[in-house]
Design a binder for this molecule. Structure first.
Ligand code: PGA
Length: 252
């Protein structure tokens, strides 16, 4: 069985003191959570202090990006060693904001995926279509293309441990969510595509999150879908109370 996985994507939010305040509150609110994996994907400046605060808890840490080279002249970039040294188990890769605003293409994302997997950081690979692609009925083709390009060269044994996040661009930060049925339809398709690219067993192991305006009030219905294993949460992950409610989706 796949364990549910709820990840916060804080984007460019929170100073160190704000991050520590939120995490202190969250740690109490989720101290009784046993069956859900949780992670805070924070701006890099907060990771080391968060590592110290969260060391005896089940709340894991993630970066929001990484560079595919080991080290060197790459001003402002972060290596996998740097992320590991501040306690990161995860890194978000290929978020649509990186793709759209910072021009990351699938070739670059694939290099980052290979680096993460080789260095023992679990990637949370974001894929998803734009509004015009959905309206033109091209959303299945879009995610199929992204899977093939972003996972190119990775073996089944690498892929079974990664996390995918299906995030339709039109639902991110807009308050507009895909309906649970729309999300399930395409996430099921993603799993079938993984089975075609690798095999059934691998496809069954991969955890696939939904992301895009997940809130405490809609998370239960989303999590009731058989192929949806968790959520990647932006806005509603900034406050401890709302993120803890998402983590405890069964109680909503
Ligand atoms: P949102 O962001 O929850 O604010 O829509 C999700 C994401 O971008 O990962």
């Amino acid at each position: 069985m796949r364990r549910p996985f709820m990840a916060a994507n804080w984007k460019m939010n929170k100073t160190v003191s704000e991050a520590l305040d939120m995490a202190t509150e969250l740690k109490e609110l989720v101290s009784d959570v046993e069956d859900v994996d949780m992670a805070l994907c924070s701006p890099a400046t907060n990771l080391y202090p968060l590592k110290n605060l969260l060391k005896d808890t089940k709340i894991a840490l993630g970066g929001q990006n990484l560079h595919y080279k080991e080290s060197g002249a790459f001003t402002a970039e972060l290596s996998t060693d740097m992320l590991k040294s501040v306690g990161c188990e995860y890194a978000v890769i290929g978020h649509s904001e990186r793709r759209e605003i910072f021009g990351e293409d699938d070739e670059l994302i694939n290099l980052k995926m290979k680096r993460a997997v080789a260095e023992g950081i679990t990637p949370i690979l974001c894929i998803g279509e734009k509004l015009e692609e959905r309206e033109a009925g091209k959303h299945f083709a879009r995610v199929k293309f992204q899977l093939a390009a972003d996972l190119s060269g990775l073996e089944a044994e690498d892929v079974e441990d990664i996390v995918l996040a299906y995030e339709p661009l039109w639902a991110i930060g807009t308050g507009e969510t895909a309906t649970p049925e729309q999300a399930e339809e395409i996430i099921k398709y993603i799993r079938e595509e993984l089975a075609r690219m690798y095999d059934e067993e691998t496809a069954e192991k991969v955890r696939i999150q939904y992301g895009g305006s997940v809130k405490p009030w809609n998370v239960k219905e989303i999590m009731e879908q058989p192929n949806i294993d968790g959520a990647l949460v932006g806005g509603a992950s900034l406050e401890a109370e709302s993120f803890s409610k998402i983590i405890k989706f069964e109680e909503q």
